[in-house]
Design a protein around this ligand. Structure first.
Ligand SMILES: [Zn+2]
Length: 240
């Protein structure tokens, strides 16, 4: 049940089937030379829609913007603060809670550490504020880590590489422009740097050449199965 595409009457009927909602978070962020800036949002929204075909669940419209730290200076990236990410998550959940939703799956197509920290912080605040809420916070990278072995070949593939390129071949093939070379960033951790492009010029973390549409179809189906299982878990989760 895609909330932006149903009526208020259908919303009420949906509430009789489930009190769970997926709130997809994405980003507008560089994804190498070959993938569109909207990759994270397009992916996480497609995953949420796919999951809603497997089992009853509401899907909120995606939040298109996220906190992009390492890619903020790459052309086209639009970054917002962690405070704004946190506020958006809390206010969206609070509004949906008022309509009877209780189980909130905050899933992000963008897996940046500072972005995920803001969402996790929001999840804790939702638990505090909304007494009957249950909250799960995760990025798609965590789902990919649980994929059955053999599906992804590139170790540590995480950004505009094998996984995201495969998924975009399946979800939005017309938006792909040829390919980008295999690349991994070389940040001098833990030292922070101003000129992040110098240490990550191509903006790819992984190997796009290992991508295929068949992999994309299988990864998306597997992710949806894992997300559906998480919704089962959160719905039966009991806390003292
Ligand atoms: Zn991405």
């Amino acid at each position: 049940m895609l909330i932006d595409r149903i009526t208020m009457e259908e919303f009420l009927i949906g509430l009789e089937k489930t009190q769970s909602v997926i709130v997809p978070f994405g980003s507008v962020e560089e994804h190498g030379r070959h993938l569109p800036l909207g990759t994270d949002t397009l992916h996480v929204h497609a995953l949420a829609r796919e999951t809603s075909l497997i089992r009853p669940v509401f899907v909120a419209p995606p939040v298109w913007y996220g906190l992009c730290r390492s890619t903020a200076r790459h052309p086209g990236t639009i970054t917002i603060s962690g405070l704004t990410v946190r506020t958006l998550a809390i206010e969206i959940a609070s509004s949906l809670y008022g309509h009877g939703l209780r189980n909130f799956i905050l899933i992000s197509g963008h897996a940046g550490g500072t972005h995920m920290a803001a969402l996790t912080d929001a999840g804790e605040e939702i638990l505090e504020r909304l007494s009957e809420s249950r909250v799960a916070v995760l990025s798609i990278l965590e789902l990919v880590a649980d994929l059955s072995t053999g599906l992804v070949e590139t170790p540590g593939d995480s950004h505009a590489g094998e996984v995201e390129t495969s998924l975009m071949l399946e979800i939005e093939p017309d938006l792909i422009r040829r390919t980008s070379p295999e690349e991994y960033p070389s940040f001098p951790r833990p030292i922070l740097v101003r000129n992040k492009r110098r240490y990550w010029p191509g903006g790819v973390w992984g190997n796009p050449a290992a991508a295929s549409r068949d992999k994309g179809r299988r990864i998306l189906a597997e992710e949806a199965r894992l997300l559906a299982r998480l919704i089962d878990r959160i719905e039966s989760h009991l806390e003292e």
